[in-house]
Write a protein that binds this ligand. Structure first.
Ligand SMILES: CC(C)(COP(=O)(O)OP(=O)(O)OC[C@H]1O[C@@H](n2cnc3c(N)ncnc32)[C@H](O)[C@@H]1OP(=O)(O)O)[C@@H](O)C(=O)NCCC(=O)NCCS
Length: 484
């Protein structure tokens, strides 16, 4: 079975999708399949299909084209104006072969942007959209993920995520975004991406075929007062240090194993991706355990990893490694006790710069203070083991979920390409529903043993009453369409 792409690049699904279930794929095959997908969408793939291969005349002097290196300063200033200063700095970075932090994004540079220019106004940029290709993993809880089999427990899918949607005030209301979207969706097809996700304004993206689907950004949070008990009883055996490139393998494996155990869907990052992310604007720390027993080794043992969001300083990844020297409680307590210090030493300066008007990118400086109303969030989704590992009074703030909007260009094509079965797993620590995909015909999967649901016959009713959590997953894959 193949995914036929628009410019005749055939992506053979059997080459790219990890199989699971009765015919277990050896790890090396799963790894090879995944590597192949990462390489295909990588900027380093010289035969990666081009976004908007040729300029498109939109009439009235307007031309839609792919961004060019010479657009850097104007497009960065445009995005700083339309979105926010950090949007401008982010745009600027994508135009540099290696940005101001020395990072190189694995899949995105200026060629991922489209712009509309007005030829009557000296080719002024009046509208822009860009897209990030990623690999999203759909998890399978049937196997308890371990370091050696984590990649066999799900199916990787190429996902294209449009971002940075904006039009100059004077040019709005003329359907320019539709023109961009058509081109970005065409590119998604060329990359073999059956799903597109966008995070943004409710109501707007449905006009381009997007429907509200997976949750994002939900979380819990705290204040200095709520964290005080954890700071006071901080255990000196758990130390938080900045991550280095030597930690890449540890971080990649820890994230993969935990994500496959817990999440229905996650974004997979390979070694090159992590190396790039670690050099970029996010802030990465590793928590280590150093024994205080005279008989034990004083060699630090890495127990987990934390990623703070670049501009807010909220925590967006928090993962405990498989270790017998620390529990979720030890790990989360150590991280939470560190958060105010991190905000003082790093984020206070970052936030100052974010609020400043956009000029040109420069290194962020410190101011070493926290405002009286300081608060922070663990943006780890609606459910996460960390939330239950400290007293609820430490994390009294709640952030409601927001949503990804999902576009499935052809549900029929998706169903013919993958088989879906939905499972509620004992291994799912967060209690979230998990989904399993296999290359096969829709509706043909029957698993032996365990709880399972397929979409055959009258199973919609069964899902609703027998497996209510699965309804969430159905919403992800088969969101309500505009004409439902
Ligand atoms: C939203 C935006 C990109 C639309 O650009 P545009 O070139 O005017 O896009 P289109 O012409 O395709 O769409 C305009 C339509 O979207 C509607 N629209 C604009 N903002 C909207 C919103 N927040 N929610 C729902 N609809 C919205 C307009 O009312 C108009 O409707 P109409 O076609 O029925 O008259 C533009 O208003 C903009 O740049 N806004 C600021 C940046 C922003 O918010 N970007 C999106 C971040 S998720």
């Amino acid at each position: 079975m193949t995914l036929q792409t628009s410019n005749n690049n055939e992506l053979k699904v059997s080459d790219t999708v990890a199989h699971s279930g009765e015919t277990q794929t050896p790890l090396s095959d799963a790894q090879a399949s995944l590597n192949k997908l990462h390489s295909f969408i990588s900027l380093k793939n010289t035969s990666r299909p081009l976004l908007c291969p040729n300029p498109i005349d939109l009439g009235n002097g307007l031309v839609l084209r792919r961004a060019e290196p010479g657009d850097r300063d104007e497009l960065a200033a445009f995005n700083a104006h339309i979105h926010f200063p950090s949007g401008g700095r982010g745009t600027f970075d994508y135009f540099s072969p290696s940005n101001f932090e020395g990072a190189e994004h694995p899949t995105t540079d200026h060629t991922n942007f489209t712009v509309v220019v007005d030829t009557a106004k000296n080719n002024k940029i009046v509208s822009s959209v860009w897209s990030v290709p990623q690999i999203w993993y759909y998890g399978n809880p049937d196997t308890l993920a371990t370091e050696s089999n984590a990649l066999e427990t799900g199916v990787p899918i190429v996902v294209v995520r449009p971002e940075g949607v904006g039009t100059d005030e004077e040019y709005r209301g003329h359907g320019l975004i539709k023109k961009h979207m058509d081109v970005h969706h065409e590119w998604a097809r060329a990359l073999g991406s059956p799903l597109q996700f966008i995070g943004g304004m409710p109501q707007y993206y449905c006009r381009f075929g997007y429907e509200c689907a997976p949750e994002r950004i939900a979380g819990v949070g705290g204040t200095l007062a709520s964290l005080e008990p954890l700071i006071k009883k901080k255990d000196p055996r758990f130390q938080v240090r900045q991550a280095t490139l030597d930690d890449v393998d540890f971080i990649m494996t820890t994230v993969r194993v935990n994500s496959s155990r817990r999440d229905g869907i996650w974004t997979d990052v390979d070694q090159f991706g992590w190396t790039s992310i670690m050099k970029g604007p996010y802030h990465h720390y590793v928590v280590e355990f150093v024994s205080d027993s005279p008989e034990s080794s004083k060699e630090p043992v890495r127990i987990g990893f934390v990623e703070f969001k670049s501009y807010s300083g909220n925590i967006q990844r928090l993962e405990l490694a498989d270790t017998d020297v620390a529990s979720w409680e030890d790990f989360t307590s150590a991280v939470l006790a560190f958060v105010p210090q991190f905000h003082k030493e790093v984020m206070a300066g970052v936030k100052k710069q974010i609020q400043a008007p956009y000029t040109a990118p420069r290194k962020m400086k410190n101011s070493n203070t926290l405002p009286n109303d300081w608060q922070f969030f663990l943006s780890l989704g609606a459910r996460h083991p960390a939330y239950k590992s400290v007293a609820a009074t430490c994390l009294p703030l709640k952030r409601d979920p927001y949503y990804w909007f999902t576009r499935i260009e052809s549900v029929q094509h998706l169903l013919n390409t993958y088989t879906f079965s939905i499972t509620k797993s004992d291994y799912n620590a967060g209690g979230a529903p998990l989904i399993r995909l296999r290359e096969a015909r829709f509706g043909s999967v029957i698993e032996k043993g365990g709880q399972f649901v397929t979409f055959q016959g009258n199973t919609a009713t069964r899902i609703r009453y027998g497996h209510p959590k699965c309804v969430d997953v159905l919403d992800v894959l088969f969101p309500r369409m505009a004409n439902d």
